[in-house]
Design a protein around this ligand. Sequence first.
Ligand code: MG
Ligand code: MG
Length: 284
Amino acid sequence: MNILEKFFGNVSFKSDAEIDLMQDSARIVSDTLAMLADEIKPGIKTITLDRLAESFIRDHKATPAFIGLYGYPNTLCTSVNDEIVHGIPGNRELRDGDIISIDCGAIMHQFYSDQAYTFGIGEISEDKKRLITVTYECLILGIEQMKSYYKVGDISFAIEQHALRNGYQIVEELVGHGIGRKIHEFPQIPNYGQKGSGTILVTGFVLAIEPMLTHGSSKILKLDDGWTIVTRDGSPAAHFEHNVAIRNGKPTVLSDFSKIELVLSRRGYFKAQDFVSIENSINY
Ligand code: MG
Ligand code: MG
């Protein structure tokens, strides 16, 4: 245990070399999501996406992180429309106008990565485009707060304020988290909270930041499958998740959504990045 760990209790600090290893792990998941970006279309089953992802990760000498995690059965969480997170892949066929959050994790060099991207299938409504865009903007604004001597509450506050400003609700029961040799490490990163509160951030933190926004009520329900979390009022939800390290006092995004965006652009599919209306100071 180094002196930082002594001071910060449960936080597991990563060295530069470890962050490089985590970037390898993150790359596999981003590449998996980019591969899936080319496969999503009306008529495809979510289990097909899951099988493609599992093969892709194993072919790249990594291990799917979610299979067996707390007893979860699959490689992906595929959450469609009113499903917020933890949708289990199955025979459901995606339809034109659906939105789907695909959450994927892998283990490489003994380090976890855990990312999510919300896709639109075919033509989606303006309402859904806006929900996805604002959720993505919340992710960027949260990441911008990941600087040395800022606090966890600064991330939470930035995400919550942007969501509320735009008329969306935050799902309070589900949170971001530290990530490393374990998928869920200390601290938790709620998507709501008070500026200047909570754990102080310094170089060596690696966090999974993951805003989840709903168009209607933020009340949730868990389905009988024991996993799928849906909005109680049936309104759609969106979810993005990046893995971010603090290096030299500033955020470094380890995941890479640019590959996903390239595929979506080539296919003429919607992507949140086209509609972002905030200043983006994050380089990735
Ligand atoms: Mg995730
Ligand atoms: Mg996560």
